[in-house]
Design a protein around this ligand. Sequence first.
Ligand code: CTP
Length: 428
Amino acid sequence: MRIVLGVSGGVAAYKAVLLLRLLREQGHRVRVVPTASALRFVGAPTWEALSGEPATDQVFEDVEHVPHVALGQGADLVVVAPATADLLARAASGRADDLLTSTLLTARCPVVMAPAMHTEMWEHAATQANVATLRARGVHVIEPASGRLTGADTGPGRLPEPEEIARVALAVAQDSGDAGGVPGVAAPRRDLAGRRVVVSAGGTREPIDPVRFIGNRSSGRQGVELARSARARGAHVTLVAANLAPDVAALVRDAGLEDVVAVETTAQLREAVRAAATSADVVVMAAAVADFRPAHAPGAKIKKVPGRGPEPITLVENPDVLAELAHDRLRADQVVVGFAAETGDADGSVLDHGRAKARRKGADLLVVNAVGEGRGFGVDANDVTVVDGSGELVATAGGTKREVADAVWDVVARVAADRADAGAVPAE
Ligand code: CTP
C-alpha cells in the first residue's frame, strides 16, 4: 500500500519513527509528511533515512510534481500520528496551510488519526468538537490511551503504542477496501450484508455484596473480534458486552461498533441478548457466562466479624442463555452459535467434551476452544474446532483471535445463507 504518515508536533513524534519502521517492515511504501513543529522534535534526516523518501512540510518544494495535491490523491491510507490539538483543529476547519493539511484535503482514501496531547487539551470542548466533526466526515480518530504524559501528569491523551496504531490503521484500510476501493488491498467478503447479528462478549459478574463479585477471566477479545469481523462483512451488529478488559473496550471504540449494550450480570446479559435476538439472523454466544450466582446479595457490604469465621455463600444456578435460545428459536431460520472453553481430562479430549456439549445445548454450531497452555483466555492466540448440533466436525481454525473470528464467520455465514435459501418461498 501507499501510505502517507502525517506527523504533527509533539513529544510523541518519536513513536511515529517506530510506526514508520513497522509499516515499512510490512512492505508498505510510506511517505512521511511532518508539520514544521514536528520537525523540531524529529528532524527530516530521520524520516528520510527510514522511509527512503523526501520528508518536508513545505508546499513550495518539488513544485513541478504538485505535491500538495498529488500526495493525498495517490495515497491508499493516510495515518496521522501523533495528531496534536492544533492539527485536529486545522484539519476540522479545512485549512490547507502546510503540506500535511493540504494532503488531508485531497485524500480520498481512509484517514486515521491518533491524537496525543495533555488531558486538559484532549477534554476541552473545542478539541472534542473537532474530533466529532472529523469523525462525522469519516475520519477514523483513535481514542488516546491513558497513562503517563510528557510531564509528571497522567490521564487520557497518550499516543497508543505504534503496534496498536498500525493494527488499527491497516484494519481500517482493509475494512474500507470494498466500499472505498483501496488499491492493492483485498476487499473483505460482504457475505453478511443485510444480516442482523448479536454477539455476546466478555464475562458476567454475579454480586456477592455491593463491592464483591464472582467473575471469570474472560477479556472479551474473541467476542469483540467476532463483532468487528461481522461488521466488516456487512452485518448490522449488536454487541452485548459484559465487563470487557480495558484494551478490548478500546478496540470496540476503534471498530466503530454503534450498537453496544453494556451488561454486568447474567440476568442483564440474558435480557439484552434476547431483546436483540428477536430480530437477529445469527446469535453468537461468545461470552463466558457465570453458571451460578449467590442466592442472596445483601445491599450492604459483608463485614468481617472478629472471632467469627466467614459465612458460606449459597449459590443458585443461572439460566443457560444459549440453551434457551436454541430451544426457543426467537426467530425463524436463526442460526444459534455457542462457544465452549474446554480442557482435555481423564474423561475425554477437548473435542469429546465439545461434541457432548454441542448435543446437550442444541445450538446449530459450537465453537470449541482449547484453553490453558498459552491459548484461550487473556492471550491473542486461539485454536478452535467448529462442530454442528449433532457433534459432527465442520471446520478447524487457529491463529490470532481476529483470524479465528474470520474463520468462524466463514462457516456461520454459509450456514445462515443455506438456511435463508431453504426457507425462501419459491417464486410462482
Ligand atoms: N452459556 C450460557 N449461559 C450459561 C452458561 C453458558 O449461555 N449460563 C453459553 C456460553 O456463552 C457459551 C456456551 O454456553 O456459548 C458454553 O459455555 P460453557 O461455560 O463452556 O458451558 P457450560 O454449560 O457452563 O458447561 P461446563 O460445565 O463445561 O462449564
